[in-house]
Design a protein around this ligand. Structure first.
Ligand SMILES: [Zn+2]
Ligand SMILES: [Zn+2]
Length: 627
C-alpha cells in the first residue's frame, strides 16, 4: 500500500496525478513507480483511457475514499466517449480500464476508427495555468484540454497551447507532470475569425457539459431513431425518413463556419456522398465520434439535454394525450395523440412539439401552450395522412363540393386543397371548364424548351458571378435551382461551381516533425511485415491501417515527403510480391527438407502456373542456383 497519493485537482487527468506522485515519491525509475501503483512493470502511461485502475485503487492509502468508478468518471476521458457508445461496449471499455490488461480499449471506444486527428502534445491553457499556480502552487494537466476538437479553453475562451510533452512519449512508461518549463507560453501565429472562435468555444463547453451530466449510454438504434425524429421535425427528412441531403448540407454549411469544420477535421461537401454528415443521418451501423454527434446536436437542437431528453419533468405542451387536429378524422378534437417529440426551434429557441396521430396526421407547433386555445393551434402540418386524403377525395370527386366548401369542411386553406388535388391527381368539379390537357408529345416538347431556358439561366448566373459558390448562386435564383434539381439533377451537378475548400489551417501541425515521426513508425512496421511467418504484401494502405493512420495518410501524404518517398520505395507491386513469395517458398521447402521443384514452389507460394514471365524467370534462376 502507498504511504500517500496526491489529491487530484478538479478536472485533472489521472495521468497528471500519477506524474505528481512520481515526483514526490522520489522514484527515479518510471518502472518502479508503475510497479508501486499497478503491481505491474508493463503498464503504459496513457493520458486519455488508462487501465489498471482496480489495482491502483487497492494500493491507495487506507484513508482514501477513491474508487475506480470515480477515477474513471472524474479523471479520464471515458465520460467523453461513453454516452455515444452502445451500453455493452461502454461497459467493456470500463472493464478494460479497471483490469490490468488494457487490451484494445481505444478500439472498443471507437477512437481508432475515427478520421479525426489526435493531438500530438499534451496541451494547456495559459490562464488556467496561472490560476492553478496561484491557487495550488502547481499546475496540472486538465482533461478537457486533451480532447480532439477542443482548441479553446471553455472557461477562458483563449486558444490552448501545445506543451513540450508528446502524448506518445519516447518512454511509454514515463508520466510527465505539467510544469512552467514544459508549458511555456508562446505567441500563437494563428488567427481565428469571430465565428470560428465562437463555435470552437461552444464545442468545448458542450464537451464540459457531457461529463457534468454523465448521460447514460444508448444503443445505435436509439441514435438512428432520435436523429430521424429531429430531421423530420426540422424538415430535413420526409415523413418516411428519407433525408433531403442537399438541403441538409446547405443548412449545415450555413450554420457552421467552414474553417471551424476544417480545424476539427469534420469538413463536409456536396461532392462526397459518403461524407460523415450523410452517414450519421442514416441508420447507424457503427459508432460515430463524439465530436460529430456534438456538431449534430447543436445543429438540430438547442442543447445536449434536449437531445438526450434528460429533462423529463419539462412539459411545455402539458401531459399526454394531446388533441388530434385532423378535421377529416372521426376523433377530431379528441385527446388521442400519445406520440409527441419535443425539439427546439433554431431561431427562437422555443420548444417545438411534433405530434403524430394514429390517423396519419403529423403536425408541429412551437410552445409553450399557455391557454386552451394554444392547444388548437397548428404551426405546420408535416403530413395530412391517409384518412385526410381519402376524405378530400370523397369531398371533391363524390360529393363534388366546390373549392371553398371543401376547404371549410377540412378546415384548411383553399390553397392547400388545390395543392393536394394536384398532388393526388383528383378531378374536381371546379376545373371542368379548363382547356383540355395537351397531348403527351406537346407536353414533353414544352418541358424541353423550359429545361433549355432554365439551364441557360443557371449557366449565365455562373458566368456573371464567377466567384460565387453553388449555394450562393442558388440563392440568386431559387426557383431555377429547384426546377433543375428536381428534373435535371445530373446536369445541374455537372454544371455547378465546385465547393471551394477553405484554406488549410496554418501552423497547427509541424509537418517536418510529423514526417520524421511517421517515417520511423513506417520503417518499424515494414520490418514487422517482413518478419511475418507467411508473407503479406506491403502496401501503403496496409502500413497505414496497421499504424492506425490510414485516413491520415490518405489525406496528408503529400505533406510528408520523407514518408511518402519511403513508402513508395517499399510498396510492392503484385509482381514484386509474387517474387518475394517465391523466394520465401523456396526457403520454406528447403527448411522442410523437400525437393525444390517448380510446381512445389508455385503451390506453396499460392501462384498459378500461368503467372507472369518475369516471375517464372525468377523461379528458373533460383532453382538453377539452388542446385
Ligand atoms: Zn483556461
Ligand atoms: Zn388523428
Amino acid at each position: 500500500m502507498l504511504g500517500f497519493f496526491p489529491t487530484l485537482y478538479p478536472g485533472e487527468l489521472l495521468y497528471s496525478g500519477i506524474a505528481r506522485y512520481q515526483i514526490r515519491s522520489g522514484n527515479i525509475s518510471p518502472k518502479s513507480t508503475i510497479e508501486e501503483l499497478f503491481n505491474s512493470r508493463t503498464i503504459t502511461a496513457t493520458a486519455d483511457l488508462p487501465c489498471g485502475l482496480d489495482n491502483l485503487v487497492l494500493n491507495l492509502p487506507s484513508y482514501s475514499a477513491i474508487t475506480a468508478d470515480s477515477l474513471i468518471q472524474n479523471h479520464t476521458l471515458y465520460p467523453f466517449y461513453a454516452p455515444f457508445l452502445p451500453p455493452k461496449r461502454a461497459k467493456r471499455v470500463k472493464e478494460s480500464m479497471k483490469s490490468s490488461k488494457g487490451g484494445n480499449i481505444h478500439t472498443t471506444a471507437g477512437v481508432m476508427a475515427s478520421s479525426l486527428l489526435t493531438p500530438e502534445f499534451l496541451r494547456f491553457c495559459p490562464e488556467c495555468s496561472v490560476e492553478n499556480l496561484e491557487k495550488y502552487g502547481e499546475t496540472y494537466w486538465h482533461r478537457i484540454h486533451q480532447i480532439q476538437g477542443v482548441i479553446f479553453c471553455p472557461i477562458h475562451h483563449i486558444p490552448l497551447q501545445n506543451s513540450q510533452i508528446p502524448i506518445q512519449g519516447m518512454n511509454k512508461h514515463q508520466y510527465e507532470a505539467a510544469t512552467e518549463l514544459n508549458c511555456q507560453i508562446k505567441d500563437l501565429d494563428i488567427n481565428y475569425s469571430p465565428t470560428e472562435t465562437k463555435q470552437l468555444i461552444h464545442l468545448a463547453q458542450d464537451i464540459a457539459q457531457l461529463w457534468e451530466n454523465s448521460y447514460p449510454s444508448r444503443t445505435l438504434e436509439w441514435f438512428s431513431k432520435r436523429y430521424r425524429t429531429l430531421l423530420i421535425g426540422r424538415g430535413y427528412a420526409n415523413v418516411s425518413g428519407r433525408v433531403k441531403q442537399e438541403k441538409l448540407i446547405d443548412d449545415f454549411l450555413h450554420f457552421y463556419d467552414a474553417e471551424f469544420l476544417e480545424v476539427i477535421d469534420s469538413i463536409v461537401n456536396y461532392e462526397n456522398t459518403s461524407n460523415w454528415l450523410s452517414q450519421i443521418v442514416r441508420k447507424h451501423r457503427k459508432v460515430f465520434h463524439p465530436i460529430r454527434h456534438l456538431l449534430m446536436i447543436r445543429f438540430l437542437t438547442d442543447s445536449i439535454d434536449t437531445f438526450f431528453q434528460n429533462n423529463k419533468q419539462y412539459r411545455p405542451f402539458g401531459k399526454s394525450p394531446w388533441l388530434c387536429l385532423n378535421a377529416a378524422a372521426e376523433h377530431y378534437l379528441q385527446s388521442v395523440i400519445t406520440d409527441l417529440e419535443i425539439s427546439h426551434c433554431l431561431e427562437n429557441k422555443k420548444p417545438l412539439g411534433t405530434f403524430t396521430c394514429s390517423c396519419g396526421m403529423i403536425y408541429s407547433r412551437s410552445g409553450e401552450d399557455k391557454t386552451e386555445e394554444d392547444k388548437l393551434r397548428i404551426g405546420r402540418v408535416i403530413a395530412y395522412g391517409r384518412v385526410w386524403e381519402n376524405k378530400l377525395r370523397e369531398l371533391v370527386e363524390v360529393k363534388k363540393l366546390g373549392l371553398r366548401a371543401t376547404a371549410r369542411e377540412l378546415r384548411v386553406d383553399p390553397n392547400t386543397v388545390k395543392r393536394y388535388v394536384a398532388l393526388l391527381d383528383l378531378t374536381p368539379s371546379w376545373t371542368k371548364n379548363k382547356p383540355k390537357i395537351k397531348s403527351q408529345q406537346a407536353k414533353s416538347i414544352d418541358v424541353e424548351v423550359i429545361k433549355q431556358r432554365k439551364r441557360n439561366i443557371w449557366l449565365k448566373l455562373q458566368q456573371e458571378n464567377p466567384k460565387l459558390s453553388k449555394t450562393e448562386i442558388r440563392k440568386l435564383a431559387p426557383d431555377v435551382y429547384t426546377w433543375l434539381y428536381r428534373r435535371d439533377r445530373h446536369w445541374l451537378n455537372d454544371n455547378s461551381p465546385i465547393l471551394k475548400r477553405p484554406r488549410a489551417s496554418i501552423n497547427k501541425i509541424d509537418w517536418n516533425i510529423r514526417d520524421a515521426e511517421i517515417l520511423v513508425q513506417a520503417q518499424n512496421e515494414v520490418r514487422n511485415l517482413l518478419n511475418k511467418n507467411k508473407p503479406v504484401r506491403i502496401t501503403v494502405g496496409r502500413i497505414g491501417a496497421n499504424l492506425g493512420l490510414k485516413a491520415f495518410l490518405e489525406k496528408h501524404l503529400d505533406k510528408l515527403p520523407k514518408t511518402k518517398a519511403y513508402l513508395k520505395s517499399v510498396a510492392e507491386t503484385i509482381e514484386d510480391f509474387q517474387i518475394r513469395r517465391i523466394k520465401w517458398a523456396i526457403a520454406e521447402l528447403d527448411r522442410q527438407g523437400e525437393e525444390i521443384r517448380s510446381w512445389k514452389i508455385l503451390r506453396l507460394a499460392g501462384l498459378r502456373r500461368d503467372c507472369a514471365e518475369q516471375v517464372r524467370e525468377v523461379i528458373e534462376y533460383r532453382i538453377r542456383n539452388c542446385w
